[in-house]
Write a protein that binds this ligand. Structure first.
Ligand SMILES: CC(C)(COP(=O)(O)OP(=O)(O)OC[C@H]1O[C@@H](n2cnc3c(N)ncnc32)[C@H](O)[C@@H]1OP(=O)(O)O)[C@@H](O)C(=O)NCCC(=O)NCCS
Length: 209
């Protein structure tokens, strides 16, 4: 079996090896204690937890999940390094799943495609567990993810599509509107958003890449 991509490059930060967010007390915790807060790349073993959060978030609202369970499994198998999960005491509370994309704008085929070694990441889904929303977690996870992507040398841009009501949320995170997306799901239409990962040399120099 191939070694997992998450640890194969010196440029990729294996989140599971990083010190948990709340470092103060956790260093002295017993070994069997789960970290209070941990950020790491997801694996196919996380797919069920991912899908449960996703299903709750989307099915009751629009009837459609951005990713089916098979697509979650497929992306976490193909490009785990473009995902990020936030775990609290071992439970997934929020996640992002991305895949590689090589065209200027997102097209319908981007929904289930991963293009390896591409200059852009397509963020398929950001979702926070229902009980953890409105606490800043979505914004923090997105910020950490974008910082992490800056350390992946081939990436230049992050792209996503969202419904109109979430445009301000992504603008606050630094995304710019690119206009109406070519992607639609049933009657739902979307706005395409773009985040430039390059051109911030100062930020990169100081980001620990
Ligand atoms: C959207 C989402 C990721 C935000 O995460 P969060 O942790 O709740 O958000 P934060 O606490 O960091 O930020 C709150 C801000 O998010 C925005 N926001 C969140 N949900 C919103 C909604 N339903 N409508 C409009 N704005 C919303 C607002 O700007 C809000 O700021 P405000 O409270 O000052 O208005 C989360 O609500 C979620 O998982 N929703 C369901 C799944 C989803 O829609 N994902 C995005 C598309 S892939």
């Amino acid at each position: 079996m191939m070694a997992p991509q998450v640890v194969s490059s010196p440029f990729l930060k294996p989140f599971f090896l990083k010190t948990p967010l709340s470092v103060g007390s956790s260093r002295r915790q017993r070994r069997h204690t789960l970290p209070a807060s941990e950020f790491r790349n997801l694996t196919p073993q996380d797919a069920i937890s991912v899908f449960e959060i996703e299903r709750e978030a989307f099915v009751s609202v629009s009837g459609e999940c951005p990713l089916t369970l098979d697509e979650v499994l497929s992306f976490l198998g193909q490009c785990p390094e473009l995902s990020l999960g936030w775990f609290e005491e071992g439970q997934l509370v929020a996640f992002i799943i991305g895949s590689g994309w090589d065209k200027e704008k997102l097209g319908q085929e981007a929904m289930n495609t991963h293009v390896p070694d591409s200059p852009a990441v397509h963020i398929h889904v950001l979702s926070v567990h229902r009980q953890c929303r409105q606490q800043g977690k979505g914004s923090i996870l997105l910020w950490r993810y974008l910082q992490y992507l800056r350390c992946l040398p081939s990436l230049r841009r992050a792209l996503l599509v969202c419904e109109e009501f979430l445009v301000p949320f992504y603008q606050k995170a630094g995304f710019k509107e690119k206009g109406q997306s070519a992607i639609s799901v049933g009657a739902l239409t979307f706005t395409e958003m773009e985040y430039q990962l390059r051109g911030l040399a100062y930020a990169r120099r100081n980001s620990g890449c």
